[in-house]
Design a binder for this molecule. Structure first.
Ligand code: HEM
Length: 359
């Protein structure tokens, strides 16, 4: 029966060649766990879309109803609390896996010729994922989300040349209010998802054109690894990690569900506004007493909130063009590896200090 259906479809749309294209991709150096991160990111994104659509059945994106509808989701809708908490932990997981994916391609030198464009398109995806975090944070419309967004948009205002326009565009008025919420909502549920689907499609298409970089020379496995195809070896590895990530996100959603604070109120709040944890390191740069000699005052704020992140991003863009040495062996790239260690350590230390600062 199934055979017949398969042949009927195969005769019409040539399933065999589709299967060949999708599954029989040669994996340089054989299937390995180092290649799972991209697939895990795609999986998390699909789940964010599914849970996001479920939330939209109940969420009302207006200043009058956003907070109440979120409270309704958390307290009244069956499993609403789980879906919302999954969505929030899913976002955190996406950022974590994104950092791992970037680290892996960076440390393996996979940004080098001929994969420069894959790397650059990846950077667009990084910006989109950060945009998701920033815009989504406002949607519950509680005190924390309102005040953190107020601070965030004030930082956008300070960007030279386009900052004023961008700030007004995001805010939709003099102070964050109903317009801001509508705009953030449209960006979060329409513009960014469409952007991510298109750009991730391009990213994977380009990756398939050049093929995986494979292990760098000197890696022991390369000598023994046979040539394998994407299916089945890599698919199985991907599925194992995807399942682990799924279980971890579910567990986090169950054991640490989202906490909704009081409804947003534009009158001054005594709450110290804080962004989502993955932006905390940047925030701490501006408020850490140990660094106040560098980052206080108007210029200090500009340096910490705009100049350093922009220069860092520009360096990431320029990386494949600055580092033209084809050498991909980690042990022979001390500068690249030290730079990665310094950046990661700074982010971890600043995040830990931000959490201590809170207590
Ligand atoms: C939502 C975000 C992203 C998704 C869904 C994604 C997806 C993927 C997938 C499916 C692959 C194929 C192989 C693999 O899994 O390693 C890949 C490879 C690659 N990605 Fe991404 N990626 C994302 C973000 C990024 C970022 C931020 C960068 C770096 C700036 C990046 C750079 C690369 C590079 C250089 C490769 C080629 C790796 C190789 O040849 O070994 N990606 N990506």
């Amino acid at each position: 029966m199934f055979d017949k259906i398969y042949h009927w479809i195969d005769e019409r749309i040539d399933l065999k060649s589709l299967q060949n294209k999708l599954l029989n991709e040669p994996m340089a150096g054989g299937a390995r766990f180092a290649y799972v991160f991209g697939s895990v990111l795609l999986f998390i994104f699909v789940m964010q879309v599914v849970t996001g659509i479920l939330l939209m059945f109940y969420y009302a994106p207006t200043a009058d109803h956003a907070w109440e509808s979120t409270k309704y989701i958390m307290q009244e809708v069956e499993f609403g609390w789980f879906v919302l908490s999954y969505h929030l932990w899913g976002a955190s997981a996406m950022v974590m896996i994104l950092v791992m994916h970037m680290s892996q391609v960076y440390l393996w030198g996979a940004y080098k010729k001929p994969r420069e464009v894959v790397w650059l398109v990846g950077l667009l995806l990084l910006l989109i994922v950060m945009g998701f975090g920033f815009t989504g944070y406002l949607l519950p419309w509680d005190q924390r989300s309102y005040w953190a967004t107020t601070v965030g948009v004030e930082i956008v205002d300070k960007v030279p040349i386009i900052g004023d326009f961008l700030g007004r565009f995001l805010r939709g008025g003099a102070v964050p209010g109903a317009q801001t919420l509508s705009r953030f909502f449209v960006i979060h549920v329409m513009i960014l998802p469409l952007g991510l689907i298109a750009i991730a499609g391009l990213h994977v298409f380009l990756f398939r054109r050049v093929g995986p970089a494979g292990p760098f020379k000197g890696a022991k496995r390369e000598l023994t690894a046979k040539m394998e195809y994407f299916f089945p070896g890599q698919v199985y590895k991907d599925i194992v990690i995807v399942l682990l990530v799924f279980v971890a996100i579910c567990a986090l959603a169950i054991y640490s569900p989202h906490q909704l604070l009081d409804q947003a109120s534009p009158e001054a709040s005594d709450l110290d506004p804080e962004p989502e944890w993955y932006f905390l390191f940047l925030f701490q740069l501006l408020r850490d007493p140990a660094l106040s000699f560098l980052f206080s005052g108007e210029w200090g704020e500009f340096l910490g909130a705009i100049a350093i992140p922009t220069v860092f991003l520009a360096l990431l863009v320029a990386l494949p063009f600055i580092d033209r040495n084809p050498e991909r062996n980690l042990l022979k790239r001390p500068i690249a590896v030290s730079a990665w260690v310094v950046v990661m350590l700074s982010i971890v230390v600043l995040t830990i200090r931000a959490i201590q600062f809170r207590e």
